[in-house]
Design a protein around this ligand. Sequence first.
Ligand code: NDP
Length: 472
Amino acid sequence: MKMFIRGEWKDKSDKIEVRNPYDGSVIDTVPRGNASDVDDALRGAAEGAAIMRAMSALERSLILRRASELLTERQEDMARTISLEEGKILAEGRIEASRAGGIFELSAEEAKRLAGEVLPLDAAPGGTGKFGFTLRVPCGVVLAVTPFNFPLHLVCHKVGPALAAGNAVVVKPATDTPLSALKLVEILIEAGVPPLAVACLTGSGAEVGDALCADKRVRKVSFTGSYEVGDHICKVAGMKKVTMELGSNAPLVIMDDADLEKVATVTAVTGFANAGQVCISTQRILADSKVYDGFLDILTSKVEAIAAGDQLQKATGMGPMIRESDAERVHQWIDEAVASGARLLTGGSRTGTLLEPTVLADVEPQMRVSRDELFGPAVGVGRFKDIEEAIRMANDTDYGLSAAVFTQDIDRALRFAREVHSGNIHINWGTQWRADLMPYGGLKGSGMGKEGPRYAVEEMTETKMVVVHLKE
Ligand code: NDP
């Protein structure tokens, strides 16, 4: 496919191959953008921002609604593109594609809700005779930098709200998975988005990232990806608004009154969907000593039943990882854990990008499979003796994106919700669950700011205060 900058589809002789992670076959190519393409894209977006700023809220809303309809009509094509370039099984590609229309519908609604407030200035000393209100205005140009693992979903979560708020948006999709984002742009143009108001620049983040993030024409950077790249972007971006949706090593706590069958069933999904490459994947399972052994038996049999293979085959329950180097890294961390005393209950072997779904028991907090973000198809189980220890262990991390507890005791559940430092808390479900309308984002090293169209629109607008000094 071509990239879309300054209102036009642009090809280049210098190309990047997009490969199917399962067998390495080339699916398509995209242009390798460079500094001059960055300049073009931002020049176009600055003009696009002026067009969007002048567009009525109703018009923006109607365009976004049309985009939502087109996304819904083209779900199956999108689902296949997602699975092919990312490696998730087709059933998961279909879920991702089916949510895109909903995100644009929510964004269309939010476009009509941008409002300020009237302030009681006469409550301030010297405020008699003053009338004040706020206006919410678009940021101008929003830069959206997105990761590989949800190549449509996470792009929609940035582009929908950016346009709803009256901005122009430049997307820099992950190099491994640019096709879904480019197909979204085709739909947006067809839906009536002014061509200068959206751009999708393909190319390596290491090569074009700094030029994009540092440029003064960009007022807002919305980033989803790893902590390391997010931290770098914050330093390069300088005086800009930023939203950072970063990684985690999400804990799932099992109290002694939990329904173990349900926990194991849920974990087989929330720990292994998309081969564990989800920012809120269940990674650290902490079980009360009293239920530890019983839980391991049930979990192992559920995970053994997940068939890893070609993501496009119906019988496959889990696809490949995105790159062989990542599968190799996760494999190495598993081996390291075993060498340090963890027990391998199932999985642990690898062929290319395919890593078997893995369960490790007796995992200690200092092991890498527990301490760092694993981002692969493995869970590590450790034990605790009481809720104090469970909460302490859950909080013993630099991350704070999602945490879960299984218990029938409301007091313990609410204590967990209050005391665990995490942006999302789930009670009686795994760490991986999201409705697109909810505020979503991490604490601590998992980032700052929230997504979900209502919250993202707030982050992609700025407030002006207007004071009218009335005649006495
Ligand atoms: P990366 O951080 O490697 O890349 C994310 C994006 O940043 C890509 O588009 C990448 O481009 C780009 N990038 C890389 N270097 C730079 C740079 N110097 N300047 C600007 N942009 C740059 O993440 P992955 O794609 O590997 O995704 C996995 C990570 O994303 C995990 O840590 C995961 O937890 C996190 N994530 C967080 C979510 C959340 O909502 N909190 C949701 C989903 C994922 P390129 O591909 O060309 O390198």
